[in-house]
Design a protein around this ligand. Structure first.
Ligand SMILES: NC(=O)c1ccc[n+]([C@@H]2O[C@H](COP(=O)([O-])OP(=O)(O)OC[C@H]3O[C@@H](n4cnc5c(N)ncnc54)[C@H](O)[C@@H]3O)[C@@H](O)[C@H]2O)c1
Length: 388
């Protein structure tokens, strides 16, 4: 195979961004698009080089039956996201899925089994793990500069546009909260219904890469539902998870979609070890910080770490999310065309998805401690089979 014939499902803003990238990305040819909302079809095709050569679907099964599609780019936002990924693998397609990977444990397992049985590539397209700062911190940890890692913090705390929580049924037309009285027929979107903590794969992906570990135990808490910020939003404002890893590191992770904040990066992270610590900037005026216990340092030092990589190729520049969007498409392509092992394989992806799903199950059960399975095959599970 010299190029990957890729079909994309989910033509929202993120899907349309992916489409434009894939249309110009060496090694890909866009052959199909799919979204049940037909009003999005024409505007999605319009910026592409050869729109007339691209098949258009509003039905997922018909899209998956297209022999001209080798791989599925999955940029939907819905509860069934994980099931759709598994269905594509079961249909013999490679899958590059947007974050988060899945919203149920059943779907996590279904993805793993479908990837193992089909031998197809599954990648969770979490891009921040490829950033310059994550690479630098991973190297510091690997070289032992921070000592034994004892504590990590991560958060995604931001305020999504209040227009994104309701839409007119069967359309892409969003209804701002201020206009809800005029549209009693408006229905909640998935952002309105999704437990915020389900978005943790975006934090766990870089953190678990930095410390080369996996989560084994999770407990979590939540503020009340509905939101204090917008009474019309059914989800709580903040959900917080406490986790423990296989290597005995404790983690504190939080997600909010509604919390007002000044302009800044919604992601924040802190890694602490017995010999030092690193953390990201807290505000636009702030800088990332490093402290090393055995380096005669009386305080944290500011370090000019950025998401942008100093070694990024020209094609990465301007690809989105501080150039890191490039790497999710390059690594998926290289895994399929050149058998380059994925850095973020299906097991590592589920290491980030399952703790998030179990955190919301913990909340539902009054903060019960949940145990996270290891999805890798081993003495208790043969490849392609559920654990005994
Ligand atoms: N990696 C990142 O930093 C990043 C940034 C933004 C969005 N995202 C992810 O990208 C995805 C899409 O985000 P968006 O903002 O474009 O969402 P969106 O809601 O604007 O668009 C999603 C599209 O998927 C379609 N869709 C939803 N459910 C479907 C189903 N069951 N079958 C077929 N189509 C379905 C919808 O009709 C819609 O057109 C989400 O998973 C989101 O988490 C990731």
């Amino acid at each position: 195979m010299e190029e990957i014939r890729i079909g994309l499902i989910g033509l929202g803003a993120r899907g349309r961004h992916w489409l434009k990238m894939l249309d110009n990305f060496n090694g890909y040819r866009v052959t199909a698009i799919c979204d049940p909302l037909t009003e999005l079809h024409e505007m999605s095709l319009e910026p592409l080089k050869e729109p007339e050569s691209i098949a258009v679907y509003d039905n997922y099964e018909e899209f998956l039956a297209d022999d001209n599609v080798d791989a599925v780019a999955l940029t939907v936002r819905c509860k069934e996201q994980g099931a759709l990924a598994a269905q594509a693998l079961e249909a013999g397609k490679h899958v590059n899925s947007e974050v988060p990977a899945a919203h149920t444990m059943e779907d996590c397992w279904r993805i793993v089994l479908a990837a193992e049985r089909s031998g197809k590539v599954y990648q969770l397209a979490e891009q921040s793990r490829f950033s310059g700062v994550v690479t630098a911190w991973r190297d510091l940890v690997k070289e032992g500069k921070l000592g034994k890692i004892t504590f990590c913090e991560g958060q995604y705390i931001g305020h999504k546009d209040p227009a994104r929580y309701h839409r007119l049924p069967g359309t892409a037309q969003l209804v701002p909260i201020a206009d809800l009285a005029a549209h009693p027929e408006a229905e909640p979107t998935w952002i309105n219904l999704m437990p915020p903590i389900h978005y943790l794969p975006h934090e766990l992906s870089p953190i678990l890469k930095i410390i080369d570990d996996r989560v084994t135990e999770v407990t979590a808490m939540s503020t009340r539902s509905p939101s204090y910020v917008h009474n019309e939003i059914q989800q709580p404002d903040i959900q917080l998870a406490i986790m423990k890893t296989a290597n005995d590191t404790l983690m504190r992770l939080a997600v909010s979609y509604t919390q007002p904040t000044p302009p800044r990066d919604n992601h924040w992270c802190h890694i602490m070890g017995t010999k030092g610590s690193v953390e990201l900037a807290r505000s636009l005026k702030d800088s990332p910080k490093l402290w090393l216990a055995d380096a005669q340092m009386h305080d944290h030092a500011e370090v000019d770490w950025k998401p942008q990589r100093t070694d990024a190729p020209a094609e990465a520049r301007g690809s989105g999310h501080s150039d890191t969007d490039y790497y999710i498409h390059a690594s998926f392509r290289d895994a399929i065309l050149h058998n380059v092992p994925l850095e973020f394989d299906v097991y590592r992806a589920m290491d980030t998805a399952a703790p998030a799903v179990l955190a919301s199950e913990s909340i539902a059960q009054g903060s019960t401690l949940m145990h996270v399975p290891d999805f890798r095959p081993g003495p208790n599970r043969r490849k392609g089979e559920m654990p005994g």
